[in-house]
Write a protein that binds this ligand. Structure first.
Ligand SMILES: NC(=O)C1=CN([C@@H]2O[C@H](COP(=O)(O)OP(=O)(O)OC[C@H]3O[C@@H](n4cnc5c(N)ncnc54)[C@H](O)[C@@H]3O)[C@@H](O)[C@H]2O)C=CC1
Ligand SMILES: O=C(O)C(=O)COP(=O)(O)O
Length: 313
């Protein structure tokens, strides 16, 4: 019997698919790497989410053939350790894009209309919220999409088709922009009323939105980050918010320290706990796609989305 370690819970549809193909899922009780390393000996495959798989866990692997990242971003898996152990790494790109784009849209609207603050005020029975509210429409305004991939494209089209927004695209390597204007980051920041981040986390994108970028934003812009925490310098964002340079920010991803840090004092910052792909629809699709990659690899095949196919000549 082959075994697949499930580092963080996934939709039961993926677990059922594994079992129907003779692969036993083994569920880690917690995703910390010491626990994962203790469970890895004897496992043929791993499915992991944002906890990834780190070098200390790879060190414990004795028959591991494939690690599948449940999702798109693969920054959480140690690729060098995988290569050293000749373990395939695959992800499920694009499968969750619609859910993530919908959350980005939701965060943009929630900031634009102060929905969480309005809810808190209503529940507290506090008077005067309506009278003091000064919010804005998205319609007819300009959106900058940073990273024109599966999610950025989906969001850009929704903002265009549903709100008539002018779409600017900053994505240096994207082959096409669907006819929308391609801009430098500085040009986009200067013009956009909504800035939405959809690039992978890499060395080159770390702190992409830092003090320099935030000094260039159009006053009153909204920032949405549903990509990765490291794209935004949180101290610089805190200063920009304190100085009133932004209307607010919607953050699905943020540093571990953020919920105890200065950003929470801003009522116009909305946090969601990495919920972009957490819909019944996306969770089911991604779990099935991840299980499919495990089944393919353990049968001797190459998953279409393998990130390091060279480990198996
Ligand atoms: N909050 C959540 O639950 C989720 C977050 N994500 C994050 O969103 C990211 C994007 O996801 P997808 O759109 O599916 O990926 P994708 O790979 O389809 O698109 C990424 C795009 O970013 C562009 N890009 C790369 N470097 C860039 C740079 N320096 N500046 C501007 N653009 C750059 C690429 O050319 C590509 O067009 C993922 O890497 C992941 O980190 C993805 C899914 C769920
Ligand atoms: O796809 C991604 O990169 C994500 O961040 C979503 O991850 P998840 O499927 O929710 O574990």
């Amino acid at each position: 019997m082959k075994t697949c370690l499930i580092v963080q819970p996934i939709h039961s549809a993926g677990l059922d698919l594994l079992r129907r193909n003779g692969i036993e899922p083994r569920l880690a009780p917690t995703p910390d790497m010491a626990t994962v390393a203790a469970l890895l000996p004897g496992c043929d495959a791993v499915i992991t989410r944002d906890a990834g798989l780190k070098a200390e866990a790879f060190a414990a692997a004795d028959r591991l053939q494939i690690v599948v990242i449940h999702g798109t971003g693969h920054d959480s898996v140690d690729k060098a350790a995988a290569a050293a152990k000749r373990v395939l790494v695959a992800n499920t790109p694009g499968v969750n894009a619609r859910s993530v784009a919908e959350l980005a849209l939701g965060l943009a609207l929630a900031v634009a209309r102060g929905i969480p603050a309005a809810d808190r005020s209503t529940r507290a029975g506090a008077p005067g919220f309506r009278e003091s509210a000064r919010f804005t429409e998205l319609s007819g305004k300009t959106a900058l999409i940073v990273g024109w991939g599966a999610i950025g494209r989906d969001l850009g089209r929704m903002l265009d088709q549903a709100f008539g927004m002018r779409i600017l695209v900053h994505s240096p390597r994207a082959p096409e922009t669907g006819g929308y204007a391609r801009v430098s980051l500085a040009e986009g920041l200067a013009e956009a009323d909504l800035i939405s981040l959809h690039t992978p986390m890499r060395d080159e994108t770390r702190n992409l939105i830092g003090a320099e970028a935030l000094a260039q934003v159009k006053p009153g812009a909204i920032l949405v980050n549903v990509a990765r925490a490291g794209l935004v310098d949180e101290a610089a964002l805190d200063r920009a918010l304190a100085e009133g340079r932004l209307a607010g920010a919607g953050l699905d991803v943020y540093s571990e320290a953020a919920p105890q840090g200065p950003l929470v004092r801003h009522a116009n910052v909305i946090f969601t706990p990495h919920l972009g792909a957490t819909t019944e629809d996306a969770l089911r699709r991604v779990a099935e796609a991840a299980a499919g990659h495990v089944i393919t690899a353990l049968a001797g095949g190459m998953p279409e989305t393998a990130l390091n196919p060279e480990v198996r000549p």
